[in-house]
Design a protein around this ligand. Sequence first.
Ligand code: SF4
Length: 222
Amino acid sequence: MNRETACEVYSRLLEHYPIVGERRHFIEFANPYEALIQTILSAQTTDRAVNAIHDDLFSRYPTPEALARAEPDEVEPIIHSIGFHHAKARYIVGTARKLVADFGGEVPRTMEELQTLPGVGRKTANIVLSHAFDINVGIAVDTHVRRVSKRIGFTNSTNPDIIERDLVALFPQKVWRDINYLLIRHGRAVCTAQNPKHDVCVVADLCRYYRVLQDQTELSEK
Ligand code: SF4
């Protein structure tokens, strides 16, 4: 897909899913520490599940220092409902300890430093940088971004690193944060994993997947 068509997709999605104020995130957080911990916890679960434990978790561990003093098995019961709680408890306690030991209790603001924290890969680092600091050095590729990007034709890959590379090449940096948000909204509402709603999709005429479907239908009718 060329940049002109990609930008037309962006414009239509933006019109369809208006961005109100500065909010482009789905997890609840009050500061960069909470954004980091919540994003680590959000792997392999829903934002709703993570938001449901927010108050309990951060009322007990309101700072990196407080969480660094905890043992993972103390944290596990609080995050039990989100799944993978053994590993995630180790990740967030380990991350809090490293924040205190290596970063003065502050969340670092670079991709490289963030990725030294337990449980933090490129996707998590992109989300934290974008939502906590409004620093956009890339585009977070989650399951929705991956699926919708491939279907529309932004990329030919299913590899998150290659998809991110393709997306940043297609869109100007000032909309990278918006593109992540809009593709997630579209993936949840319309371009769902099962039974995507092509008939109500505002970008159907620009979508590669839909075009192929139509071609196959026409061929089968001949
Ligand atoms: S036309 Fe279908 S596959 Fe393409 S973006 Fe819309 S819902 Fe997704």
